[in-house]
Write a protein that binds this ligand. Structure first.
Ligand code: NAP
Ligand code: BGC
Ligand code: ZN
Length: 355
């Protein structure tokens, strides 16, 4: 079967030939429909994040998949079920986080992430997975099922952030998403659909005309250019916001978020930056967090319940917004377009098969 992989020492994805996998006990065989691409895939390809499987000279890419069950192998699934796989897998042997059904809370070193850390991903014509990590997706969402994983990332982050405000009568009105990449824009659409905030902002660093700015405005959000209004100037330039969702991976934004927040606000940090030393006024930021009951929450990965919530949220999203978000679905002979990073590309996917 064909698979899309990055080889050790190279920084371009290539198509490889690999044997079709055999499902082991408790595993189903899935025929891959589509696999989405995000900023993490680009970081993995560039060698800035993730790890090759031990002993292998390549890593099959892809962690945002949707497929159809080809062989349930006695797992209770049915042939033809549309499913989205979660990303984390047991590294080896016993693991209390996986035993509890909370692999997304396992610390570094205690998990593999398919397509990212130490395990092959889903960009192949077939993949196998323990059935417990396959989340059913309604047929209506089969084409866009590769958005379930990124949606699940935000479902988890919302849960963690809003839980930190649950001890009092939090009445948020405004939210800012930092980053107009695929995760930021999907999240803006999810926040809009959630109807919790009256005013939504999205931060970028692009000139008009730009498709991401058009998408922000079609969702009803206000575009904020970080070159004119830096994140820590939100209170003066925009407004102090009750919720910040950081999806730039730009490390200064983690600290600037503290200033952007209104009293009693919360910021969720999603970006995965490399090392970067810079100065901050630690005393002032510490004081600001304490005297205004502000919170910062880091969030990574997601679990089965977040995937299930992501399915429900995606079903509620406007088709026109999703059409604008997904700028291209490409075949195996169009890898340049699928992995493009130009300003006209927002979210892409590779198609392995039709339903
Ligand atoms: P992406 O496509 O690279 O998007 C990042 C966006 O942020 C880009 O559009 C970029 O703008 C914008 N940006 C970067 N620095 C900026 C600045 N200083 N001011 C304004 N805008 C800025 O990545 P993604 O797939 O959307 O993911 C976003 C981040 O979340 C990445 O760091 C990724 O690794 C991380 N992530 C984390 C999780 C998790 O579980 N925690 C899950 C998924 C993704 P330009 O395009 O104009 O450069
Ligand atoms: C993936 C997550 C993963 C994270 C860190 C994200 O792009 O969507 O599942 O945990 O990267 O590797
Ligand atoms: Zn991802």
């Amino acid at each position: 079967m064909h698979a899309i992989a990055v080889r050790r020492g190279e920084d371009d994805p290539v198509v490889l030939e690999k044997p079709r996998p055999e499902p082991g006990p408790g595993e189903a065989l899935v025929r891959t429909l589509r696999v989405g691409i995000d900023g993490t895939d680009h970081e993995v390809i560039a060698g800035g994040h993730g790890r090759f499987p031990d002993g292998d000279d390549h890593l099959v890419l892809g962690h945002e998949a949707v497929g159809v069950v080809e062989d349930p192998n006695g797992t209770g699934l049915d042939v033809g079920d549309v499913v989205a796989p979660t990303v984390r897998r047991r590294p080896n042997g016993k693991n209390e986080y996986f035993d509890r059904g909370e692999p997304d809370y396992a610390p570094d070193g205690q998990y593999h992430e398919r397509g990212i850390v130490g395990a092959h991903g889903f960009m192949s014509e077939y993949f196998t997975s323990p059935a417990e990590y396959l989340v059913e997706v309604p047929d209506a969402l089969a084409d866009l099922g590769f958005l379930v994983e990124p949606a699940s990332i935000s479902e988890k982050a919302f849960d963690l952030a809003f839980a930190s405000r649950s001890a009092f009568d939090w009445q948020p009105e405004s939210a800012a998403v930092l980053g107009n990449g695929s995760l930021g824009l999907l999240t803006l659409a999810m926040l809009d659909a959630g109807d919790r905030f009256e005013r939504l902002y999205c931060l970028g660093r692009r000139d008009r005309p730009d498709p991401t700015i058009d998408l922000v405005e079609s969702i009803g959000g206000t575009y904020v250019d970080s070159r004119e209004s830096p994140v820590d100037a939100f209170p003066e330039d925009v407004e102090p916001v009750d919720f910040v969702y950081e999806a730039t991976g730009y490390a200064k934004h983690a600290f600037e978020t503290i200033d952007a927040l209104a009293p009693n606000g919360v910021g969720a940090l999603l970006g995965v930056p490399g090392d970067w030393e810079f100065e901050v006024d630690g005393g002032r930021l510490h004081r600001e967090l304490v005297l205004h009951n502000k919170a910062l929450v880091g969030s990574v990965n997601s679990g089965v319940s977040d995937f299930e919530a992501g399915v429900e949220t995606l079903l509620a999203l406007d088709d026109a917004v999703l059409d604008r978000l997904v700028t291209g679905v490409y075949g195996l002979d169009e890898l340049d377009a699928a992995f493009a990073t130009d300003d006209s590309t927002i979210k892409t996917a590779v198609e392995f098969a039709d339903r």
